[in-house]
Design a protein around this ligand. Structure first.
Ligand code: GDP
Ligand code: MG
Length: 170
């Protein structure tokens, strides 16, 4: 009989990078153009990953204005999806400081993460190269996916599953 596991994932990244769009794409295989940017939600999703039934709780965060709430989200999460927008260099530069904040709160534990460069469909407006994304992932010691919540390209489900595997391995 398959074992069952619970995994808590939190999605972080600058406002507008497409966190909600990515979560909704993963859950429904659809793209929703406009999503309330202030909405913070937790979703439940079950999947069979490598013969194991995994129950995911996915927290789609919004805003960082409240540091206490932010910290409680970080304490809650076991795996983190750090998202940037390939057409927004600032969102890419924020990833490293996000990671440092996570480390600060999670220490002495290592933070389990995944780096995602979203909006890969907007190649003409690209500000961050794939190579830069790959290099940052090496620095963060995590896996890297470039994807588009809009077109669904870039193995979005696989990224979520891989993060689950990482959490389960720790
Ligand atoms: P969040 O603030 O990080 O949750 O970002 P949203 O999911 O609300 O997305 C912000 C904006 O970017 C919305 O207008 C989305 O339609 C758009 N968006 C999100 N993902 C993509 C994508 O992969 N490609 C394109 N072209 N637009 C996207
Ligand atoms: Mg959102």
């Amino acid at each position: 009989m398959a074992k069952s596991a619970e995994v808590k994932l939190a999605v972080f990244g600058r406002a507008g990078v497409g966190k909600s769009a990515l979560v909704v794409r993963f859950l429904t295989k659809r793209f929703i153009w406009e999503y309330d940017p202030t909405l913070e939600s937790t979703y439940r999703h079950q999947a069979t990953i490598d013969d194991e039934v995994v129950s995911m709780e996915i927290l789609d965060t919004a805003g960082q204005d409240d540091p206490l709430q932010w910290e409680s989200h970080v304490r809650w999460g076991e795996g983190f999806l750090l998202v940037y927008d390939i057409t927004d260099r600032g969102s890419f530069e924020e990833v490293l400081s996000l990671k440092n904040l996570l480390d600060e709160i999670k220490k002495p534990k290592n933070v389990t993460l995944m780096l995602m460069g979203n909006k890969a469909d907007l190649e003409h407006s690209r500000q961050v190269s794939t190579e830069e994304g790959e290099k940052l992932a090496v620095d963060l010691a995590c896996a890297f996916y470039e994807c588009s919540a809009c077109t669904g390209e870039g193995s979005i489900s696989e990224a979520f599953y891989e993060l689950c595997r990482e959490v389960r391995r720790r």
